[in-house]
Design a protein around this ligand. Structure first.
Ligand code: BES
Ligand code: MN
Ligand code: ZN
Length: 460
């Protein structure tokens, strides 16, 4: 599904975004009839509220969109997404002078509000269209939205239609559309090429495990993105209870998010060299499944005791990260739906991230505020390193007790991502409760923030 601005040709309806404290002034300019109508409709410019104003002929002459008061704007983002969903069919043109950031948020929210996941059933279409306001970079916003749409579609597609092979195909489609190259190592070749842990996690499934390796760009600094592509996570032999397994089609959310980010980077032609690595597997159950107590030898040579087959994400990422650092990119990023502990710590709305580089952390956090993609820095807390060491192997994949589960998982990855600029996101990848511009379902986290921070982080 492509979400774009309406063509600028033809008649439009003026739409006034307005805060409650400015409502009176806005209505003054629209005239007495409009003021009476707004009052009769109980329109107070609340967050996301929409009101159309009829002209003499009964047709829509103008519209008002509520931005909400300060408290509401602190609590929620994308007011104009709510407005767009509440307006009748038409082509709207934003009036007034929203500041730059607010104007971009309005446009982004509007386009995102038009997202529907309609692969399996028809959905009621979005009817209110937005003409790109002067002063915004329409192509940039459309490309960012397209990346987010890709992420959502990939996550929302159930595992039966989005197994490792289908995820590979999605990467190939994206590559083809952007002139990128893809190489894939699949099945037993993973053993020959030195990816034993990707193989061990995925070997129980019919749909072969694989490592997807996409490259794009000829010049500039090098950026490698690694995404967890666990297409379904049963937990393996340490099987998950039903309630925990229910949503596990989203366990390739990291892969979906790095592909969305890659899409933004390639479409807008950022001056860098990009590599995307996705270990794509199904953590399944069969007589071939890895067992609790097994000890795997990773690509890096470190041995890992499998104390819980449900801590599979860090295993597949470890081998991919090892490959990534072999060529020393300027920045190495991983994104993964890695732990339930991350969701417990910060909830579904914030993307926790880890980095040892204070400047990168600051650049990312500032960008996150600018583009309304909230992130929160977590610590690589060295004293917890001891928790990863079981004794009979170099590493334990599932430290007992689960204390600091997101942190110990991040520390585990850092043992492999031995790189001065390593940035790791432990995301949730799912919107449990619908909000403006974010329907229930798959969602990208951290990608827009990182995209906005990249020029600063990589000095582009
Ligand atoms: N995919 C899950 C993590 C997850 C669960 C993310 C729920 C989002 C929501 C991951 O593979 C997993 O099962 N992690 C375990 C690790 C534990 C066994 C050390 C967890 O977090 O419970
Ligand atoms: Mn798991
Ligand atoms: Zn998982």
């Amino acid at each position: 599904m492509t979400l774009t601005f309406a063509s600028p040709d033809g008649p439009t309806i003026p739409l006034y975004p307005v805060r409650p404290c400015r409502l009176r002034k806005a209505l003054d300019t629209l005239g007495e009839r409009a003021a009476t109508w707004a009052k009769a409709q109980d329109f107070n410019a609340g967050f996301g509220a929409a009101l159309v104003i009829p002209g003499e002929d009964g047709a829509i002459a103008a519209a008002l969109g509520g931005l909400g008061d300060e408290t509401a704007r602190k609590r929620q983002r994308f007011a104009m997404a709510g407005v767009a969903s509440g307006l009748p069919a038409g082509r709207y043109a934003l009036q007034g002078n929203l500041e730059d950031g607010d104007l971009e948020e309005a446009c982004l929210g509007w386009l995102l509000s038009r997202y529907r996941f309609d692969r399996y059933a028809k959905q009621p279409p979005a009817v209110a269209e937005l003409v790109a306001p002067g002063g915004v970079d329409a192509a940039r916003i459309e490309a960012i939205v397209a990346g987010e749409v890709l992420t959502r579609d990939l996550i929302n597609t159930p595992a039966g239609d989005m197994g490792p092979a289908a995820l590979e195909q999605a990467a190939r489609d994206l590559a083809e559309a952007n002139g990128a190259r893809v190489e894939v190592t699949e099945g037993d070749d993973l053993l020959d090429q030195g990816f034993p842990m990707i193989h061990a996690v995925g070997r129980a499934a019919d749909d072969d495990p694989r490592l997807i390796d996409l490259r794009w760009g000829e010049e500039g600094p090098t950026l490698t993105l690694v995404g967890k592509g666990v297409c379904f996570d049963t937990g393996g032999l340490n099987i998950k209870p039903s309630s925990s397994m229910a949503l596990m089609k989203k366990d390739m959310g990291g892969a979906a998010t790095v592909l969305g980010l890659a899409s933004m980077i390639m479409t807008l032609g950022l001056p860098l060299r990009l590599r995307v690595l996705i270990p794509a597997v199904e953590n399944s159950i069969s007589d071939e499944a890895m067992r609790p107590g097994d000890i795997l030898t990773s690509r890096k040579g470190l041995t890992v005791e499998i104390n819980n087959t449900d801590a599979e994400g860090r295993l597949v990422l470890a081998d991919a990260l090892t490959l990534a650092v072999e060529e020393k990119p300027d920045l190495l990023v991983s994104m993964a739906t890695l732990t339930g502990a991350a969701r417990v710590a910060v909830g579904p709305d914030l993307a926790p991230f880890y980095t040892g580089d204070d400047d990168d952390a600051e650049a990312l956090a500032e960008a996150a505020v600018r583009v309304r993609d909230p992130v929160w820095r977590m610590p690589f807390h060295d004293p917890y390193e001891a928790m990863l060491e079981p004794g009979i192997a170099d590493l334990d994949n599932a430290p007992k007790g689960g204390f600091g589960g997101s942190i110990t998982a991040a520390l585990f990855l850092r043992r492999f991502a031995t790189h001065p600029r390593y940035l790791h996101f432990d995301i949730y990848g799912w919107t449990p409760n619908p909000a403006p511009g974010r329907p229930k379902g798959g969602v990208g986290q951290g990608a827009r923030a990182l995209f906005d921070a990249l020029p600063e982080i990589l000095d582009l």
